[in-house]
Ligand binder design. Sequence first.
Ligand code: C5P
Length: 241
Amino acid sequence: MPAEGPAAVGVGAVVVAAGQGHRFGAPQPKQFVDLCGMPVLAWSLRTLVNHPDVDRVVVVLSPSRAASPPAWLPDGVLVVPGGVFRADSVRAGVEALAGGVETVLVHDGARPFVSAALVSRVVDGARAGPVVPVVAVEDTVKRVDEGGWIEGTVPRERLRRVQTPQGFPARVLNRTHAIDDAGTWEAQDAGAVTDDALLCERLGIDVATVEGDPANLKITTAEDLALARAMVETGLIAAGN
Ligand code: C5P
């Protein structure tokens, strides 16, 4: 929405789904694959679209899909074309919301099992500042050298796995993504930006954590999809949640 539009209110969500999913090894990207009767991305969108705190949803698709979006996208979702790297796609979505909302959630389209409770925690946290949902690391973690030999053991007590949605005051996200300064953005190493909090870290902006959800898995490989299907088939995730 343009800056001269109505005053910014409420919460917007950017769902990024413009990736090619090379690690998935299927003809179509993982977010478009069927997961028990619905594409993965449709699951991800549904929770956000139905959430009472979320006022607007933008989905970022590859330019070719954005030109003819799938018919199953929920009504009211705004479609924008993405970029080369995830961070470029996020920026395109943030730009589409700019000036229209006070709080922005950024979610991976490949995380179908985001729960309404998790969205609420992130929205509440994001009113105060940037916030990411995290889960504890349960495996022992080793650091290896280039040859694969173990160099040492990383204490895991303070390690966290980071999930989405990540939440931000819109003014912070606009700054981290240089919405008003494309030149500054071009100078960023967007390919190295694997999540949105990282851009806050680069600018020295504090990022809080909230409790994530072990069920909020990201579908990257065929094994992840098989696990996701089993989670629905066994009733761990409600088929129509
Ligand atoms: O590659 P990765 O699994 O980190 O991608 C996370 C999310 O970012 C996926 O939903 C993917 O579709 C999206 N993405 C994107 N634009 C890109 C690359 C990834 O929207 N250029």
